[in-house]
Design a protein around this ligand. Structure first.
Ligand code: DGL
Length: 290
């Protein structure tokens, strides 16, 4: 394994079950535009949220091995579900690697709410994990936290359906009862959901604050990278890469629909569900549009 201080470890590695982690990538790009990024979307296995924590943990270990082999110096688990399932495990089995994970932003929500009622939207697996239980125990205090799993929302966002009737219905079903109870804060506990913030804001109105943790995660990443700046000496020659275990064309069209920055896309395949390898690369690498 490349040590994070090795010259071979030059990029920020990121992964998600699909396009959700791109909401975190946007913040990373805004804060650290000079950092090369390796972004992996495990679209063959999306959604992770309805899978067992054990299965998601296995995927996360294999993906981490793959990203380290491609030159990751730090890995952002840009998926709340994978963070819930695997973050502690990854830190234990890759002790030299730096990890940044996602956790539902209950702490800022509890600090902000005036009504004492907060809503959290996340996948079933995230709600089942110990991470969520510990966040609630540590930060919710007297605040009542209402939860909803938004069934089908990740699929709609994967399809690029950010404003259609189905997407609206899923969000109205999730948020309606929470609004009736009097929430004034909504936490986005799945990295796919920031792509539907405009629709969420339309439904909840001006008086409800919507919390997307991407910016906090980007700042934490920057802080962790500062002491290992030496690894970036050669980064001018290093390119940004996307990997998908799904279809290159549809990933490319998602980048366009989600208005996320473009780079070359590589197709990866699972070998026996425990190892990933690169199968092919997009014919024409896309020009960096930064
Ligand atoms: N974006 C993910 C999350 O943050 C995964 C959603 C899914 O694949 O179900 O939880």
């Amino acid at each position: 394994m490349n040590h994070p201080n090795s010259q071979l470890a030059h990029s920020i590695g990121m992964f998600d079950s699909g396009v959700g982690g791109l909401s975190v990538l946007r913040a990373i790009r805004a804060l650290m535009p000079e950092e090369p990024i390796l972004y992996l979307a495990d679209q063959e296995n999306v959604p992770y949220g309805s899978r067992s924590l054990e299965q998601v943990r296995k995927f996360s270990v294999a993906i981490t091995n793959f990203l380290i082999a491609q030159g990751a110096k730090l890995i952002i688990v840009a998926c709340n579900t994978a963070s819930a399932a695997a973050l502690n495990h990854l830190r234990a089995i890759f002790p030299k690697m730096l990890f940044v994970g996602m956790e539902p932003a209950v702490k800022p929500a509890a600090g902000h709410t005036q009504s004492g009622l907060v809503g959290v939207l996340a996948t079933p697996a995230t709600f089942q994990g110990e991470l969520y239980a510990s966040v609630i125990e540590r930060y919710s205090g007297d605040v009542e936290v209402l939860q909803h799993t938004c069934p089908g929302l990740v699929d709609q966002i994967e399809k690029g359906n950010l404003v259609g009737d189905q997407t609206r219905k899923i969000l109205e079903d999730a948020l309606g009862p929470m609004l009736d109870r009097g929430i004034d804060t909504v936490v986005l506990g799945c990295t796919h959901y920031p792509f539907v913030i405009p629709l969420i804001e339309e439904i909840v109105g001006d008086s409800v604050r919507v919390i997307d943790p991407a910016w906090a995660v980007a700042k934490q990443t920057k802080r962790l990278l500062e002491p290992i700046e030496v690894t970036n000496l050669k980064r001018k020659n290093i390119s940004h890469r996307y990997f998908t275990s799904g279809d290159i064309k549809s990933f490319k069209s998602s980048l366009k629909k989600l208005r996320v920055w473009n780079a070359s896309i590589e197709k990866i395949v699972w070998e026996s569900k425990s190892q990933l390898k690169i199968e092919s690369r997009e014919n024409k690498p896309v020009k960096n549009q930064s």
